[in-house]
Design a protein around this ligand. Sequence first.
Ligand code: SF4
Ligand code: SF4
Length: 230
Amino acid sequence: MMGVALPSFEVPVVKGTSGVLALMHDKATELPEQACIRCGHCLEACPVRLMPCDMAWLARHDQFDALQNHDLFDCIECGSCSYVCPSHIPLVQYFRYGKLSIQAQGRERRKAELAKVRTQAREDRLAREKAERERKKLEMKAKASSLAAARATAAAADKPTPAPELQSSVPVTAALDPLEDVVVEPGTDKASRAAAARARMARAKGVAARAVAERQAANQQPDQPSETTL
Ligand code: SF4
Ligand code: SF4
Protein backbone atom coordinates (compact mmCIF):
# COMPACT_ATOMS: atom_id res chain seq x y z
CA MET A 1 0.00 0.00 0.00
CA MET A 2 2.99 2.30 0.38
CA GLY A 3 5.09 3.64 -2.45
CA VAL A 4 4.32 5.51 -5.60
CA ALA A 5 3.24 4.50 -9.04
CA LEU A 6 6.08 4.44 -11.57
CA PRO A 7 5.54 5.92 -15.02
CA SER A 8 7.87 3.41 -16.78
CA PHE A 9 10.26 0.54 -16.23
CA GLU A 10 13.28 2.83 -16.69
CA VAL A 11 13.66 3.42 -12.96
CA PRO A 12 16.74 2.38 -11.01
CA VAL A 13 16.68 0.27 -7.89
CA VAL A 14 18.42 2.30 -5.22
CA LYS A 15 19.38 1.84 -1.59
CA GLY A 16 15.98 3.03 -0.35
CA THR A 17 14.02 0.70 -2.58
CA SER A 18 12.29 -1.82 -0.33
CA GLY A 19 10.43 -3.66 -3.09
CA VAL A 20 8.84 -3.54 -6.49
CA LEU A 21 5.18 -4.45 -6.66
CA ALA A 22 3.70 -5.41 -10.02
CA LEU A 23 -0.09 -5.26 -10.09
CA MET A 24 -2.50 -6.63 -12.64
CA HIS A 25 -4.21 -4.09 -14.83
CA ASP A 26 -7.62 -4.39 -13.15
CA LYS A 27 -6.00 -3.86 -9.72
CA ALA A 28 -3.92 -0.88 -10.83
CA THR A 29 -6.77 0.96 -12.46
CA GLU A 30 -7.34 4.30 -10.81
CA LEU A 31 -10.98 4.63 -9.89
CA PRO A 32 -12.65 8.06 -9.95
CA GLU A 33 -12.63 9.99 -6.68
CA GLN A 34 -15.98 10.41 -4.97
CA ALA A 35 -17.18 12.51 -2.07
CA CYS A 36 -16.42 11.53 1.49
CA ILE A 37 -19.33 9.73 3.09
CA ARG A 38 -17.93 10.07 6.60
CA CYS A 39 -17.87 6.33 7.07
CA GLY A 40 -14.90 6.46 9.39
CA HIS A 41 -13.03 3.53 7.88
CA CYS A 42 -9.89 5.63 7.40
CA LEU A 43 -9.85 6.54 11.11
CA GLU A 44 -10.07 2.90 12.08
CA ALA A 45 -7.28 1.92 9.68
CA CYS A 46 -4.78 4.66 10.64
CA PRO A 47 -2.01 3.21 12.83
CA VAL A 48 -1.08 6.69 14.10
CA ARG A 49 -4.62 7.61 15.17
CA LEU A 50 -4.96 10.54 12.82
CA MET A 51 -8.06 11.91 11.12
CA PRO A 52 -7.39 11.29 7.42
CA CYS A 53 -10.77 12.50 6.18
CA ASP A 54 -10.43 15.95 7.84
CA MET A 55 -6.80 16.22 6.84
CA ALA A 56 -7.66 15.50 3.22
CA TRP A 57 -10.30 18.23 3.23
CA LEU A 58 -7.81 20.76 4.68
CA ALA A 59 -5.13 19.82 2.14
CA ARG A 60 -7.60 20.12 -0.72
CA HIS A 61 -8.46 23.68 0.40
CA ASP A 62 -4.83 24.69 1.10
CA GLN A 63 -5.42 25.16 4.82
CA PHE A 64 -1.85 24.34 5.63
CA ASP A 65 -1.67 25.84 9.12
CA ALA A 66 -4.72 23.88 10.21
CA LEU A 67 -3.30 20.85 8.46
CA GLN A 68 -0.12 21.11 10.51
CA ASN A 69 -2.25 21.39 13.65
CA HIS A 70 -3.82 18.05 12.70
CA ASP A 71 -0.37 16.45 13.06
CA LEU A 72 0.17 16.03 9.35
CA PHE A 73 3.85 15.30 9.79
CA ASP A 74 3.06 12.35 12.06
CA CYS A 75 1.61 10.57 9.07
CA ILE A 76 3.93 7.75 7.98
CA GLU A 77 2.25 7.51 4.58
CA CYS A 78 1.43 3.88 5.05
CA GLY A 79 -1.55 4.15 2.68
CA SER A 80 -3.95 2.18 4.88
CA CYS A 81 -6.51 4.98 4.85
CA SER A 82 -6.49 5.20 1.07
CA TYR A 83 -6.76 1.45 0.73
CA VAL A 84 -9.90 1.17 2.86
CA CYS A 85 -11.62 4.33 1.62
CA PRO A 86 -14.79 3.33 -0.23
CA SER A 87 -14.91 6.69 -2.02
CA HIS A 88 -11.47 6.09 -3.61
CA ILE A 89 -10.12 9.34 -2.23
CA PRO A 90 -6.33 9.53 -2.74
CA LEU A 91 -5.74 10.48 0.88
CA VAL A 92 -1.99 9.81 0.91
CA GLN A 93 -1.50 11.94 -2.20
CA TYR A 94 -3.29 14.80 -0.44
CA PHE A 95 -1.03 14.40 2.56
CA ARG A 96 2.10 14.39 0.40
CA TYR A 97 0.87 17.49 -1.39
CA GLY A 98 0.27 19.19 1.98
CA LYS A 99 3.73 18.25 3.29
CA LEU A 100 5.56 19.44 0.17
CA SER A 101 3.57 22.70 0.13
CA ILE A 102 4.36 23.41 3.79
CA GLN A 103 8.04 22.63 3.23
CA ALA A 104 8.12 24.92 0.18
CA GLN A 105 6.48 27.70 2.20
CA GLY A 106 9.09 27.20 4.93
CA ARG A 107 11.91 27.43 2.38
CA GLU A 108 10.44 30.62 0.92
CA ARG A 109 10.03 32.08 4.42
CA ARG A 110 13.63 31.25 5.35
CA LYS A 111 14.84 32.68 2.04
CA ALA A 112 12.91 35.91 2.68
CA GLU A 113 14.31 36.16 6.22
CA LEU A 114 17.83 35.56 4.91
CA ALA A 115 17.34 38.24 2.24
CA LYS A 116 16.07 40.62 4.91
CA VAL A 117 19.11 39.94 7.10
CA ARG A 118 21.47 40.40 4.15
CA THR A 119 19.74 43.64 3.15
CA GLN A 120 20.02 44.94 6.70
CA ALA A 121 23.68 43.92 6.82
CA ARG A 122 24.32 45.70 3.52
CA GLU A 123 22.63 48.87 4.76
CA ASP A 124 24.68 48.73 7.95
CA ARG A 125 27.88 48.24 5.94
CA LEU A 126 27.07 51.18 3.66
CA ALA A 127 26.34 53.36 6.69
CA ARG A 128 29.66 52.34 8.27
CA GLU A 129 31.56 53.06 5.06
CA LYS A 130 29.86 56.46 4.73
CA ALA A 131 30.74 57.36 8.30
CA GLU A 132 34.32 56.24 7.70
CA ARG A 133 34.56 58.38 4.57
CA GLU A 134 33.21 61.40 6.47
CA ARG A 135 35.72 60.84 9.27
CA LYS A 136 38.64 60.59 6.82
CA LYS A 137 37.45 63.72 5.01
CA LEU A 138 37.39 65.66 8.28
CA GLU A 139 40.86 64.37 9.17
CA MET A 140 42.24 65.45 5.78
CA LYS A 141 40.66 68.90 6.19
CA ALA A 142 42.21 69.29 9.62
CA LYS A 143 45.63 68.20 8.30
CA ALA A 144 45.40 70.60 5.36
CA SER A 145 44.51 73.55 7.58
CA SER A 146 47.34 72.78 10.04
CA LEU A 147 49.80 72.43 7.12
CA ALA A 148 48.69 75.78 5.69
CA ALA A 149 49.15 77.42 9.09
CA ALA A 150 52.64 75.92 9.41
CA ARG A 151 53.59 77.18 5.93
CA ALA A 152 52.32 80.67 6.73
CA THR A 153 54.38 80.71 9.93
CA ALA A 154 57.49 79.55 8.06
CA ALA A 155 56.98 82.21 5.34
CA ALA A 156 56.65 84.92 7.98
CA ALA A 157 59.86 83.73 9.63
CA ASP A 158 61.78 83.75 6.28
CA LYS A 159 60.70 87.33 5.37
CA PRO A 160 63.85 89.64 5.56
CA THR A 161 63.76 92.43 8.11
CA PRO A 162 64.88 95.89 6.98
CA ALA A 163 68.49 96.82 7.74
CA PRO A 164 68.93 99.13 10.70
CA GLU A 165 70.75 101.76 8.64
CA LEU A 166 67.80 101.97 6.22
CA GLN A 167 65.48 102.78 9.05
CA SER A 168 67.67 105.67 10.12
CA SER A 169 66.77 109.19 8.96
CA VAL A 170 70.45 110.03 8.58
CA PRO A 171 71.69 109.74 4.94
CA VAL A 172 74.11 106.93 4.30
CA THR A 173 76.70 109.23 2.77
CA ALA A 174 76.62 111.47 5.78
CA ALA A 175 76.86 108.70 8.28
CA LEU A 176 79.88 107.01 6.74
CA ASP A 177 83.45 108.14 6.97
CA PRO A 178 84.86 108.18 3.43
CA LEU A 179 88.19 106.87 4.64
CA GLU A 180 86.72 104.03 6.59
CA ASP A 181 86.26 100.80 4.64
CA VAL A 182 82.93 99.00 4.82
CA VAL A 183 83.27 95.45 6.09
CA VAL A 184 80.55 92.92 5.33
CA GLU A 185 80.37 90.04 7.76
CA PRO A 186 79.88 86.60 6.16
CA GLY A 187 76.37 85.25 6.56
CA THR A 188 74.63 88.62 6.41
CA ASP A 189 71.34 88.77 4.54
CA LYS A 190 70.65 90.32 1.14
CA ALA A 191 69.42 93.67 2.48
CA SER A 192 72.55 94.10 4.58
CA ARG A 193 74.78 93.33 1.59
CA ALA A 194 72.91 95.90 -0.52
CA ALA A 195 73.34 98.51 2.19
CA ALA A 196 77.06 97.71 2.34
CA ALA A 197 77.37 98.16 -1.44
CA ARG A 198 75.63 101.53 -1.25
CA ALA A 199 78.01 102.53 1.57
CA ARG A 200 81.07 101.61 -0.54
CA MET A 201 79.73 103.67 -3.39
CA ALA A 202 79.18 106.64 -1.09
CA ARG A 203 82.69 106.23 0.32
CA ALA A 204 84.20 106.27 -3.17
CA LYS A 205 82.20 109.39 -4.06
CA GLY A 206 83.43 111.06 -0.86
CA VAL A 207 87.07 110.24 -1.62
CA ALA A 208 86.72 111.62 -5.15
CA ALA A 209 85.03 114.81 -3.92
CA ARG A 210 87.79 115.42 -1.36
CA ALA A 211 90.48 114.96 -3.99
CA VAL A 212 88.74 117.49 -6.23
CA ALA A 213 88.48 119.96 -3.33
CA GLU A 214 92.17 119.60 -2.44
CA ARG A 215 93.17 120.17 -6.07
CA GLN A 216 91.06 123.33 -6.30
CA ALA A 217 92.53 124.66 -3.04
CA ALA A 218 96.07 124.12 -4.34
CA ASN A 219 95.29 126.05 -7.48
CA GLN A 220 93.98 129.02 -5.51
CA GLN A 221 97.16 129.45 -3.32
CA PRO A 222 99.15 132.82 -4.08
CA ASP A 223 102.34 132.53 -6.03
CA GLN A 224 105.65 132.54 -4.07
CA PRO A 225 107.46 135.94 -4.17
CA SER A 226 110.11 135.99 -6.78
CA GLU A 227 113.77 136.36 -5.87
CA THR A 228 114.61 140.08 -5.39
CA THR A 229 117.54 141.54 -7.04
CA LEU A 230 119.77 143.82 -5.12
S1 SF4 B 1 -1.33 7.16 5.40
FE1 SF4 B 1 -1.16 8.42 7.19
S2 SF4 B 1 -3.18 9.03 7.71
FE2 SF4 B 1 -3.37 7.29 6.33
S3 SF4 B 1 -3.46 5.53 7.63
FE3 SF4 B 1 -1.34 5.78 7.14
S4 SF4 B 1 -0.51 7.04 8.80
FE4 SF4 B 1 -2.77 7.20 8.88
S1 SF4 C 1 -12.73 6.24 4.51
FE1 SF4 C 1 -13.02 7.71 2.85
S2 SF4 C 1 -15.16 8.05 2.79
FE2 SF4 C 1 -14.75 7.09 4.70
S3 SF4 C 1 -14.43 8.83 6.14
FE3 SF4 C 1 -12.46 8.26 5.34
S4 SF4 C 1 -12.15 9.59 3.63
FE4 SF4 C 1 -14.30 9.65 4.06
